[in-house]
Unconditional design. Structure first.
Length: 65
């Protein structure tokens, strides 16, 4: 992981319809990114069952080490 990366990908599923989880390397907040080929992309904060943002412990380890 480069020292300059603000987001790192920690999870990826799919090829045409892609679901990814990105983590902010400064705050640890997790974001869900969904891409549908031909329809666009959406990004939102990933929430736990109580409605709070999912926060990973820092430092974050990329899945692409």
């Amino acid at each position: 992981m480069s020292k300059n990366e603000h987001f790192v990908e920690v999870y990826s599923q799919g090829m045409v319809n892609l679901v990814r989880i990105l983590v902010d390397t400064e705050t640890g907040v997790n974001y869900l990114v969904c891409t549908n080929s031909g329809s666009g992309t959406g990004m939102t904060v990933l929430l736990d069952r109580e409605g709070n943002p999912v926060i990973s412990p820092l430092p974050i380890q990329s899945m692409w080490k």
